[in-house]
Design a protein. Structure first.
Length: 64
């Protein structure tokens, strides 16, 4: 890729994504209703995609 070892590329990617994921700790709440959860997941997916971090795999609902 750019000559960097995979572990370096992945650690940089994690640093970028973890700053976004940290804003969504409410998703850990077992009492969060499904509508709120879906809304938060959609927002999270949009932010991850906007940052250029979304990989194929379908882990999140598509952004509206």
């Amino acid at each position: 890729m750019d000559g960097q070892p995979l572990i370096v590329r992945r650690s940089e990617r994690w640093a970028r994504s973890s700053a976004i994921v940290a804003d969504y700790t409410a998703l850990r709440d077992e009492d969060l209703d499904w509508d709120e959860r879906r809304e938060l997941m959609t927002e999270l997916a949009s932010r991850i995609e906007a940052e250029g971090l979304l990989d194929a795999g379908g882990w999140a609902p598509p952004a509206p």
